[in-house]
Each structure stands twice: as structure tokens, then as C-alpha cells.
Ligand binder design. Sequence first.
Ligand code: UDP
Length: 472
Amino acid sequence: MGTMVDMEKKSELIFISSTLIGHLSSILELAQILINSDNHLSITILIIKHQATPFSESYIRTVLASQPQIQIIDVEPPPEEEQTPIPQFTASFFWSFMEWLKPHVKSTMQNILSSYPNTVVGLVLDFLCVPFSDVGKDLGIPSYLFFPSNAGFLSLCLHFQKCQIEDVLNNSNHELLIQGFPSLVPSSVIPDDYYTRDEEQVVACNKLTKKFTETKGIIINTLSELEQYGIDTLTDGQTPPIYPVGPLIDFKGLLNPSLDKVQHNRLFKWLDEQPPCSVVFLCFGSMGIFDPSQTREIALGLQRSGVRFLWALRSPQTTDNKAEETLPEGFLEWMELEGKGMLCEWAPQVEVLAHKAIGGFVSHCGWNSILESLWFGVPILTWPIYGEQQLNAFRMVREWGLAFELRVDYRRGSALVMADEIEKGLKHLMDKDKIVHKKVQEMKEMARKAVLSGSSSFISVRKLIDDMIGSN
Ligand code: UDP
């Protein structure tokens, strides 16, 4: 009898993710890949709610509905008598929010440890949740970092963590030599949080990064075919072992906060009617909202370029103003008449990029968007806005030659990108003879190969599991 129980006992992993969409879809994909790769594994996901991303919880439950090997547990902090930090999207907010949550996470994990038959072999932490590695340490569980971005951004975080804060704040160099990058990196593409005069942000970023280096391994949503140089540099004996397991893509496209069935059908009916590779898709991530004057320039650029387009035009959540109301006069009527364009608030991006009518993508260069575009072989015109997107855009254009440049250093608050530049960029993007198109097709093949049995990311997943289970 004892042997029977032992045989059924599984190795349990506890995942903790922030509820930011760009982090969630890939970490949930990782959880499913691990479960499907080894039936000795079982996973529990702790959900931490965040007021700024209300649809995340239902997304997690939908994605995991058909995965009995993955359990979901809510971390329930008692909010009444304690002051929750005010939600923001800055490193210092996330640091203090996670610190505030630590005792609640600890008691949730203690409950798991005392009630589960399985042996907990590891804690997998989204990078914003890395402060919980302290809880792991207290409870004797090794932590693994899940880095939803790329090896280059990780190298940059490590670079700044090693710098003296005064050097960062006083640095006026226009180009930086950063380990992991084959050439100098312009300071204009360094993420705001890392290269700012705001000492609080710099300190918070560095505290987070320090914690990265204390984990047992770093799982990255990248593929060695794309980032071999950066991955080799990180394999230096000092940084924890690196596991490049990407691309992790949510092909089911269940993330869908605001598109109903009727809109969905309308959108795909229209796409079905367009010639192959003729439509430009414009989408700027989960937080990609422009102000009215920039929205108008985009509309004029589209109109003048004459290209067919599908535009995910997001309205601000904080006001009742609909973005459509800020479009130039007559634009909607023109669109209707010409039949060349389609608007939506939230686009089912993966499904859209997979559609044969899509020939180009104007993207904010969030890392998931980049991986999705490469997977479907759709070239990007770069328009970064926030986070590490400027760095991603720079690398796509200059390091890899995999994208067309509209801007690599645009950020929220930059001067307007004018309609004529947008028009030119769109025409460039849709010109099929360009070498970029060829390179994107080659990378598409490599990305698809990387996840096949026996290939790079597949081997990394196997090694990760062996290291996790073996360490127990
Ligand atoms: N996404 C989507 N529809 C939208 C906007 C975003 O499906 O209208 C998805 C997109 O496919 C990607 C994720 O949301 O998987 C956004 O992640 P990314 O890293 O590109 O950008 P972030 O939102 O984190 O800035």
C-alpha cells in the first residue's frame, strides 16, 4: 500500500505570476508545457489580484479549465485594516506590493505544504514576483525566475544592477557598452525605469534584479536561434543557469477582455474577404493608448497610404471618451465607403496574425507581440511606447534586421509621429521585396523548429524538469 501511495506522489511546482497580461499568457503556457512534458509533475498557481488588470483572473481560469493537473489558489490578503499600495505600473510599486503580500503568500504556501500529499520541488516566480523567493527560502523551496521578456533585457537589468547608482544617474553617455549586446546600445532605448533620475525606481529595479541572481535558475521566453549571443554571455558561471524555452505563445487566444462573438465574426468575415498579405494590423499591446492628436495622425497616415488595415484602437479606461470619437472628421465614413479598413478595441491578436490576409504589423514591440509576429512570419513596423519596448524595437531593427523602423526610441509623451512618416513607414512595411521579409520568413521556420522534439527549446524544457525534479 505504501508503495502505491509513493508511486502516485507527484513533484509539485508552485507558480506565482503577476496579473499583467504580457506576463500571464506566457507563464500559463509554460505551466501547461511542463505538465504535458512530464506526468510526474503537478502545478499550483497562486493568483494575486491587481485592480488594474480586472480580466486576468477569468483569463487564468479559462486557460486552465481543461488542465486538472493545474490547481488555482487565490492569495487572499485581509485588506480592511491594512493599507494596500496604490496600483501603478512601476518597479517601486511592484516591489512594495510584493513585500506587503509576503506574509499572505507565506501562509498560503504553508497551508499547501501541510495539506498536499505531493513534494513541493520548486517555486516558479514571474520576475515582478521575485521577492517571494524569500518565502521559498524560509520554507526550504528553491525558486526559479520566469523572465517573460528576452535574454538581452535580462543582460541589461544585470548590467544596471552592477553599476553604482550615482554612475547611472550621472551618466551622460549616448551609447553604452552592455555585456550580452554585440554592439553599443543607445541610451535612448534604455527602459525608463533603469535610466532615470528617479532614484526610487532605480533602487527598486536593482533590488528586483539582485533577487534574480539568487534564484536556482532563470527560465526565459526566448529561443537560442534568435539570442545565442546573449544566452552564451549569460552562461558565465555567475548568473544562475539559463533555460531558453520559447516561444511561449497562447495559441488558444483566450485572452479576450472586450470582443464579443458578433464583433469577432464581423472582423474575420472582413479579413476573409481581403487578398492574401494585403492588410496591415495595428495593435499596441495591453496598454497601448495614444492621445487624440496622435490617433488623428495615425488615421491620416492610413488614409493617405491607401493600405488595407485592421486597427485595434483602444479607448482610455479612465474616461468615458471613446477613441473613435477622436478620429478626423469623415474618417469613419471614408472607411465604410472604401471597405479598406476595420476598427476594433481589443483584437484577438494571435488569431489575427495567423490570418492569411495579414501582411504587416505596426507594433509597440512588446515581447509577446514580437514572438507572435515571428511565429506567423509577419514583419513589424516598430512603434515602441513603454516598458522595454524601445530596446526590443532597436534590436529587431538594428541587431537582427527583422523589422522596419518607424521609431525605436518613441515613448509615451514623445513628440507626435506625423501622418506623412506613418504613410511612408506603412508603404515600406508592405513592400514585399525587402530583405526584412525574407529574414522574417527564415526566423519563422527557426521558431517553429525550436519547440519540436529534440530541438533547442524542447531540450531546455526537459533539462529544466530534470533539474527541478532531480534537485529534490
Ligand atoms: N493582445 C491581444 N489583443 C490586443 C492587445 C494585446 O491579444 O488587442 C495580446 C497579445 O497577443 C500579446 C499580449 O496581449 O500576447 C500583449 O503582450 P506584449 O508583451 O506584446 O505587450 P504588453 O501588453 O505586455 O505591453
